[in-house]
Ligand binder design. Sequence first.
Ligand code: ZN
Length: 864
Amino acid sequence: MTESSKPQAQYLKDYKAPDFLIDHTELTFDLQPLTTKVSSLLTLTRVGDNKAPLVLDGIDLRLLSLSIDTVDITDYEIIGEQLIINNLPDSCQLSIVTEISPETNTSLEGLYLSGGAYCTQCEAQGFRKITYYMDRPDVLSTFDVTVIADTKFSQLLSNGNQVDSGETQDGRHFAKWQDPFKKPSYLFALVAGDFDVLKDNYITQSGKNVELALFVDKGNLSKTPHAIASLKKAMQWDEARFNLEYDLDIYMIVAVDFFNMGAMENKGLNIFNSKCVLANQETATDKDYHTIESIVGHEYFHNWTGNRVTCRDWFQLSLKEGLTVFRDQEFSSDLGSRALNRIDAVKVMRTHQFSEDAGPMAHPIRPEKVIEMNNFYTVTVYDKGAEVIRMMHTLLGEPNFQKGMALYFERHDGQAVTCDDFVSAMSDASGVNLDQFKRWYSQAGTSRLNAIQNFDLDSNTYSLTIEQFAPLNQQSNAPLHIPFAIELLDVNGQSIELEYQGEKVNHVLNVTQPSQTFHFDNMTAKPVAVLLEDFSAPCILNQETDEHELLHIIRFARSDFSRWDAQQQLFIKAMKANLNSVESVGLSDEIINALRGLVNEKQGDLALIAELLKLPSFDTLAAEFEVIPVDEIVNIAEQFERQIADELTNEFITCFESLIDDGSVNASAVAIRSLKQLCLHYLAKTNDPHAADFIKHAASSKNMTNVLGALSAAVKASHELCEELLNYFDSQWRHDVLVMDKWFALQAMQTGDNAIDNIKALYEHPCFDFSNPNRVRALVGSFSHFNTSQFHRLDGKGYALLGDLLIKLNAINPQNASRMLTPFMSWKRYDNTRSTAMRLQLERLANLDGLSADLFEKVEKALK
Ligand code: ZN
């Protein structure tokens, strides 16, 4: 690539307010697969410099006409992806007619055809593939939209309220929509299709009736009740917890099969990946149910955090995403198990986010330099962003946090604002100084903490020193303001009241210095300390806690999250001990007995017990090393699993048989199924004849959670039943592509030596489709993320499989290609043989003709 043809970076520091406002936007779409005509009428007002040209963004558009009051404009030029119009009056109505081709648009951005229906995806910068526009989030406009199409597209939808509809003279039909709320172009949506609709309604707390409508492919109505129930719960929860009410008269959700992400919060017209909507007990797992509830909530919550108050520029993405993830996490936690939701969130942080933050794509939650915006919809912006909001919530407390939210809306409703504006509202409303805290927005990488404990018997004082170190890859970082939560337990497992010199001490310590010591007196014996309780800050904590103390925490900590965390620490310690010794020592009797106690006693939440019994994932273990010892981790994890399975075989059998699954969807039935699955997972690894019986029985169940649990146990144990079960599943579910995704994922997990050929053969399966991101991720994404031993084969064939795929996807769907590239980003963390083989694939991409900006940005960073 020559210097000038290289995709160019944008910088946060270069932000400039727009020179024009678009007060109103009128769009007419004449939908045709290859020649859709888009007529746009923009009401413009100049706000900037009176000589500034109007600069509009546009990609892959055929410009048919450009005029003011039917007078053609001649003083314009098209340079690259911009239309530049000179000498416009200070206010005018600009008419632009362009033509686009939805049918050939495989990028799934802009207007495209998904399984026969027209739909749009405009975030972040897809609107410019529809018409020339100021495609930036700080340009807010009202929209009137007219959609014209053949009558076979029976529903014609856009944002807001339908104000007109009818037939056209040439036998087609139209609908006209008006959105009274000003919005940026990324929230625009249009859908035209022939769907089944589930209609419902919701009465808001102030008594307003809101019509709800869920549009799905014909024949899928039986899979809609869960999503609509989730939507109503979300609407109710946002009123109860945040005092936020829905603002339009209608809320629509459309499910489509071809979609790059989970879902999109377009004003009044959400568009969802069908896998994040459709569910019934036969086709979806309990986990799918949970995911759907949380994503439906997430998109709904965006109506206030994202739509009513939006982002000034895309560097501020975490303003809406971090906050909305925090809100959806709270929604799930208030409705279900707070501990399990916290465990899930922390797993995402420790596996994906920490590894992103340690690699070449490391960026602050508010990035400063971006080439392709689509590359910044990351676990850092979303999940670390949510952790940053959560820390503010911890520092302020719920009442002050809610005051901050109220002030944020009072100040900024209808505006496009920055992360600084959000933090100001929080600190102004609460009186809590967040100046140092703001560094969380500008510093990348994961801080490392050391906890040093000291007990002085003479003075009965316990002291805790916390040291913070900059991330290994970001040495210039300044110290962060870290809310460090603790609990101190006495020998009996009782929580000790924290005090010092007669004063009570809050359990959230404010760590602001590189090294800081906190004292607690009135201690009669050395306490057992639960540190960074509930993962109160997204840091890596180094602690000297020994096995005995960890077991104490697992029994007594008030935070179920911290109990789980201590269990993970036990496993990690044991694994490291095994790595460092010549002969394998396995898990200690104490650990095995503690696990046995969990299975036998079944005290408390069964779903939590299932989590406590799970070994840390490969990624979690890998995060412990600078150079990842792939084979050692795989071998020791396998050895531990077999040891647990062998030593607790009878307990697992008894547990499995004693748990009765009544097939319902409530929390206790879900918990029972999760513990049963866990038992099956271990039993599949034994030679006990019960295993095959249980697996066969579960695999023939009418409940997908059980079926998938059985198949996954069989696949992960390379059980002899595998092939038969997989073939049977294929024969049963070929008609349902979403269910077949589960099958593709199982296939991808198989560890036999023919794994690669098997996947290549599956490319030919009638259900497989390279242009559908769900299929590609199910098969190849599962392989590269979870089939550790085959993906990381020493002969490099696993990497070549992914490299071949990326080259293919680069031309079809760059956004999906770029997301699939992620496993290669940490290539430097592997041994020589593997890192060389991974680099080879990155170099293949670097040399590719027509490399997309999406891949270019990541490949360049990776190879630097
Ligand atoms: Zn979001």
